[in-house]
Write a protein that binds this ligand. Structure first.
Ligand code: GLC
Length: 839
């Protein structure tokens, strides 16, 4: 029997001491102590990294008493826990977040300053833990923040990638990928628990046997075993005692690994195999919305799923004699289909390892799991070839076949004779080479399926998952995304937070709807003035960053028009470029024409194998090169591509934006979350009726949103009628001039070949309908410029946007998941009172 590690009812640290105390003197002492004893340095010889590490340990110590108390409380009260399974957690830096959530910012700043150091410099030394690609991973990070803040018992489960998302360098205008060695200097935030390691099987075959009761059972004889070691990172709630774990698994070869080879003298062979097992958690696949279908990726998915489910079962069995009531203690959320193999693994664990019968196991599984879909792009729906599946997970393939057989029998009873329906619903795609359809598996095995914005859920119901919706309309539910206001307002925009605090106190940080009270200041000249000064301050800081990193001088008084997100054709960064080139053409035709000075800022990574996305980056930099150096433009247009967009850079960028570009083809962006971060920080949105843009516009008021473009329905209708982009090209002289300029090699030193693939793709396919939306977009930008020229009006709109974004706090999203999907309650964590001196 597994026992809890420490007798948790005897938690040894009950009182304030040098590892828990929070007054300035204690903090200073702890900081110096860690520098000496953990970093092994005298202050005079310490580097910024040493200071960062010493301070990080000082903060982690202060999280530990809350953390252990949280675990102890959950165990004692036998609470229901949310398990959030996600292949990605894009956490961003921990230190600033811990300072905020522990309410220690001011005291730590003072302690650090009194030690003769600069807190901001230390904060900059933290590597950005980039264990995610984009929106999906960042959503998981916002969710764990909200879960802890709302005092919900929760564990985030994922993979501790040794290399996170690559660092993006720009060489000669092209993206170059550099490995992200984020663990190089160690990771002070995590605690390894090798005592809780679990074993994961891979490959091999299955065989039947009789158990003691004489029943037929199946056992899996694997070809290979890997060990998963858990690393826990504390996730503190804001202004609560709750500290939940983010538990990430690292793969290691099992001890008895290839012992035979070793004994036979094949030492390097044994070591090579060992290294092979450890590659499972080596690197994050850098694809966003585009599955790659690599064997190692399926191994990663199964690895972290199996580790996590075994851990969940172990936890349950500490308090309960059987697994029949697992759904009473566990709600498991599948963040997209990446962990969907969990449905089959849960069935296997319950049946093969815990002797449960099929029907009971299936009931428990369905009641425990729920699934979030994040994409409508058909090519992004994951499927695995049956051959690969069988090779790696032979037992799971059998289970999936059996789930499918039973499921399709039901369907045949419900809808007799509809063979097309059967082949669409089947968990196996049999149209050519056979594939396992992971979204189908997730739908069948879960009790709830959700989309991430209202339009997205509606399109799932009527399109992508419509057959499942027809079977089980009650399973489908919308959960519009949200972002944490702690990181995305307080931490990234401290001046704005100060302004809010000065008017209404700090309650808005846990209840964003309180910002509505500030609407009465929208016509107050002082308030508006302060609002503008804050924006200008943030823009100056970004301008300084641009100067230091790109060597480009930008005017903080120009309009900052920003598009930062993954580079993808459906997100249409190139539509933005077409507009910029159109403005440039206007200036070239009429150099004295008045235009609102504008700084166009781009940022985002392209999947390394996505040629067109990389060509869009090259085009951006090429256009920037020409326009930024053209004397005719005289500083009225500036274009900047900020390399290596990540969470930390986002924290600098969102607060400095005037205009947020959210221009995806309607019906393609599931939700978007950058759109929310911009609006919360007072940027106006220019956008299509796509994803959460629709709801942002509803909340802000349509008069406070720059809308353009076809609706999702119009996109579908136009396509159905036979869309021909060349018609738009030949009938629109402005569009024609823009395309011709690119095609003529104007931005490529006369090279007409360089951008030809991009031009041809637009001229002959234009899958994402840039040409159809071009004129509406250009016209809408004219409206933007006109409005920006009236600063009073603009300020008013900006204020109303920021104040009306309460819906997009991830606290609201998480409350809905808790009530409508997970059925879990908050469990407050009580801590002993500390002495007055330390309070
Ligand atoms: C994916 C989607 C994006 C969504 C995010 C979080 O990245 O592409 O639209 O906001 O997931 O749900």
């Amino acid at each position: 029997m597994t026992q809890p590690l420490i007798p948790i009812d005897q938690c040894p640290i009950q009182i304030e001491d040098d590892r828990t105390g929070t007054n300035v003197e204690t903090l200073k002492r702890a900081f110096a102590d860690n520098l000496f004893y953990l970093q092994g340095k005298y202050e005079s010889l310490a580097t910024q990294d040493d200071f960062y590490m010493a301070l990080a340990y000082t903060l982690r110590d202060r999280l530990l008493s809350r953390w252990l108390k949280t675990t102890k409380t959950y165990m004692e009260k036998d609470v229901k826990v949310v398990y959030y399974l996600s292949a990605e957690f894009l956490m961003g830096r921990h230190m600033g977040n811990s300072l905020i959530n522990l309410h220690l910012y001011d005291r730590v700043r003072q302690a650090v300053e009194e030690s003769g150091l600069d807190l901001d410099e230390i904060l900059e030394h933290e590597p950005d833990p980039g264990l995610g690609n984009g929106g999906l991973g960042r959503l998981a990070a916002c969710f764990v923040d909200s879960l802890a803040t709302l005092e919900i018992p929760a564990v985030g489960y994922g993979i501790r990638y040794e290399f996170g998302i690559f660092t993006q360098a720009i060489r000669d205008g092209w993206q170059a990928e550099v490995p992200d060695k984020w663990l190089r200097f160690g990771n002070p935030w995590e605690i390894a628990h090798p005592d809780q390691a679990v074993e994961v099987k891979l490959g091999g075959h299955t065989e039947m046997y009789h158990n003691e009761k004489g029943e037929y059972k199946v056992r899996w004889i694997p070809a290979n075993r890997v060990v998963g070691i858990p690393y826990d990172t504390p996730v503190p709630g804001y202004d609560t005692n709750t500290v939940n774990p983010l538990r990430l698994w690292r793969a290691e070869a099992s001890d008895d690994f290839n012992f035979d080879a070793f004994n036979a003298g094949n030492y390097d062979g044994a070591v090579a195999e060992k290294m092979r097992s450890e590659t499972i958690s080596k690197v994050l696949y850098p694809n966003d919305n585009t599955p790659q279908g690599k064997q190692l990726r399926l191994e990663q998915q199964f690895f972290f799923v199996s580790c996590s489910l075994q851990d969940i079962i172990r936890t349950h069995l500490l308090r309960h004699p059987s697994l029949h009531n697992l759904h009473d203690t566990a709600a498991i959320q599948l963040n997209d289909t990446h962990p969907a193999v969990a449905i089959a693994e849960m069935m296997r664990l319950l049946m093969d390892e815990h002797e449960m019968d099929w029907n009971t196991a299936w009931r428990v599984t369905q009641k425990t799991f729920s699934y979030t879909n994040h994409t409508l792009l058909p090519e992004a729906l994951e499927k695995w070839s049956v051959g690969l599946f069988e090779y790696l997970l032979p037992r799971h393939l059998e289970i999936i076949y059996e789930i499918n057989r039973r499921f399709l029998e039901d369907v045949k009873r419900w809808y007799p004779g509809d063979d097309n329906l059967i082949s669409r619903l089947s968990l196996i795609d049999e149209s050519g080479e056979k594939y396992v359809r992971m979204a189908n598996l997730a739908c069948v095995g879960s009790h709830a399926v959700n989309g991430v914005a209202a339009l997205h859920t509606q399109l799932l119901k009527q399109d992508t998952l419509r057959d499942f919706y027809r079977l089980w309309p009650g399973k489908f539910i919308n959960k519009t995304n949200g972002v944490t206001p702690r990181r995305w307002i307080l931490m990234c925009n401290p001046k704005l937070a100060e302004l809010y605090n000065s008017k209404i106190g700090e309650g808005w940080l846990k209840d964003l709807s309180q910002l509505k009270q500030l609407e009465k200041y929208v016509d107050d000249p002082d308030f508006c003035q302060q609002w503008r000064e804050i924006k200008l301050h943030n823009k100056r800081q970004l301008a300084q960053y641009i100067w230091e990193h790109n060597g480009i001088e930008v005017d903080p008084h120009s309009m900052f028009d920003i598009q930062v997100k993954r580079i993808h054709e459906y997100k249409r960064q190139h539509l933005n470029l077409l507009h910029i080139i159109a403005l440039y053409n206007q200036i070239k035709q009429n150099p004295d024409q008045h235009i609102v000075p504008c700084t166009f800022i781009f940022g985002g990574k392209a999947a390394p194998g996505y040629f067109m996305a990389k060509l869009i980056i090259k085009l951006t930099n090429s256009v920037a090169d020409v326009i930024n150096h053209d004397p005719d433009v005289r500083g009225r247009l500036k274009i900047v591509f900020l390399n290596n967009f990540n969470v930390s850079l986002g924290q600098r960028i969102y607060p400095a934006a005037d205009l947020s570009e959210q221009v995806s083809t309607a019906g393609k962006e599931a939700s978007g979350t950058g759109n929310m971060k911009f609006a919360m920080n007072g940027a106006m949105t220019i956008g299509t009726l796509d994803g959460a843009n629709i709801e942002i516009r509803e909340e802000a008021g349509e008069e406070n949103f720059f809308l353009f473009g076809l609706t999702a329905q119009e996109v579908a209708d136009t396509k159905a009628k036979g869309y021909n982009p060349r018609d738009y090209y030949s009938s629109n002289p402005s569009l024609k001039a823009v395309i011709d300029r690119i095609a003529a090699g104007y931005f490529s030193h006369g090279d007409k070949e360089l951008f030809k693939p991009l031009v041809d793709s637009l001229m002959y396919h234009d899958q994402y309908m840039l040409f159809a939306d071009y004129q509406a977009y250009v016209d809408c930008h004219k409206q933007v410029s006109k409005t920006y020229s009236d600063q009073d009006k603009w300020t008013r709109m900006s204020i109303l946007n920021a104040l009306r974004m309460a819906k997009f706090s991830s606290d609201r999203t998480i409350r809905e998941y808790c009530n409508e999907i997970w059925n879990v309650q908050p469990v407050p964590i009580e801590m002993e009172e500390y002495s007055q001196e330390n309070a």
